[in-house]
Design a binder for this molecule. Structure first.
Ligand SMILES: [Zn+2]
Ligand SMILES: [Zn+2]
Length: 394
């Protein structure tokens, strides 16, 4: 059982809403929180539930320019103005009333999570509404206005944390967070994603390894389309544990986009809920092994809002609170009734998609005929030597 865990949730976080036809619907997170609640995961005595306050301009300026904050604020006050810059007003990032306030609240929630862990009040913390990893210092991108993950990392650094590791398992490259710490030797970013040759944002290749002051501290695993549980977990196992052991972070921040699932409508990986929960358990173990237990878990992408996001993130919450949900657990009837009432849809009845995935470990080098192994090998060749690790063997 983990010691104190902070769970950040505030009904107002559902105000981060680009409108009814946009894939990033707030109902995704609402259903995930409700499922975690209906499974009893938030009633445990060591779980502290807190609300959020919007991040201030000073806090947002940890990772964004004032010019950009002003542009977002202006756009949200007058959404029909035509002079939209900074990636605002696009199909991906349409302007909505109150956009600055809603986006600042998401950041505030991740800052609350980071503060709880860095202060030692909680060992782990989670903000399912966070993980907006595409936002850049001066522009919106990929459904992300402000980069709460980067702000959480920067706030930890500002209070004296010396090394932060960020692991991003969203199916899309965690480009904004990577960019913000590209040349910062205090931050290791690792992103496992579907290759940019096939998927937005088109970046994040093995040879992208960080700036001159931080070579080897940006790590990218560009997975081939069609990668399933076994391949994904093999890639994770071959890259993430050795680098976390080598970097020895004082804080682990993870981004849990669950759009790697086979049912996700926007991407082409083939993971199941069971592969995803296996990854969450691995990250939890790594937080204890290499970051003294200090772990901040954030949400992220995921666009199958009934079958996938709620179950994936309820498993994440179960992991963070130290009460992993057994895969054979039935989805609570109360939650299924709510889904039918809200969306007129039937929800999934089981917390699992099937059997536990088998981990095929990277102990004997790569099979160079296999695209997955070639991708993993390229990443290891690019960064392992910079960490004093042998890229060829475990
Ligand atoms: Zn723990
Ligand atoms: Zn994504």
């Amino acid at each position: 059982m983990s010691s104190s865990v902070t769970f950040v949730w505030d009904e107002r976080l559902a105000g981060y809403d680009f409108g009814p036809s946009h894939p990033l619907a707030p109902i995704r997170v609402e259903l995930a929180v409700r499922l975690a609640r209906d499974l009893g995961l938030l009633d445990l005595p060591h779980v502290v539930e807190v609300t959020a306050e919007p991040a201030t301009d000073d806090e947002l300026r940890l990772v964004h320019s004032q010019r950009y904050l002003d542009a977002v604020r202006r756009a949200g006050e007058n959404p029909h103005t035509m002079d939209l810059l900074h990636g605002l007003g696009t199909d991906d990032d349409p302007v909505f009333v109150g956009m600055h306030e809603a986006s600042a609240l998401v950041v505030g929630a991740s800052l609350a999570a980071a503060r709880a862990v860095v202060s030692g009040r909680s060992e782990h913390a989670v903000n399912l509404a966070g993980g907006l990893h595409h936002a850049m210092p001066e522009s919106a991108s990929g459904f992300c206005i402000y980069n709460d993950a980067a702000a959480a990392i920067a706030s930890a650094l500002a209070t004296g944390v010396e090394r932060v590791a960020y692991v991003d398992v969203d199916v899309h490259h965690g480009d904004g967070t990577e960019r913000i710490f590209w040349d910062d030797p205090r931050v290791l970013t690792i992103s496992l994603h579907e290759s940019g040759r096939f998927l937005f944002p088109g970046t994040g290749f093995a040879t992208d390894i960080g700036g001159a002051s931080a070579e080897g501290l940006a790590v990218n695993v560009a997975l081939p389309p069609g990668t399933g549980d076994e391949g994904w977990l093999r890639a994770f196992d071959a890259v993430v544990p050795p680098l976390l052991a080598s970097f020895s972070p004082q804080l682990l921040v993870t981004q849990h986009g669950c759009d790697s699932h086979r049912l996700d409508p926007l991407a082409h990986l083939e993971l199941t809920i069971d592969g995803q929960r296996t990854a969450y358990a691995a990250l939890h173990a790594l937080a204890h092994a290499h970051a003294d237990g200090r772990w901040v878990a954030l949400g992220g992408g995921g666009y199958e809002r009934v079958e996938v996001v709620p179950r994936a993130w309820a498993h994440l919450v179960g992991e963070v609170v130290g009460r992993p949900v057994p895969p054979q657990t039935a989805v609570p009837a109360s939650w299924l009734a709510y889904v039918t009432e809200r969306l007129a849809r039937r929800g999934p009845v089981s917390m699992s998609d099937g059997p536990d995935p088998v981990l095929r470990r990277w102990t004997s080098g790569a099979d160079h005929d296999d695209p997955l192994d070639r991708a993993v090998h390229a990443t290891r060749m690019a960064v392992f030597p910079l960490h004093g690790l042998d890229p060829h063997w475990d």
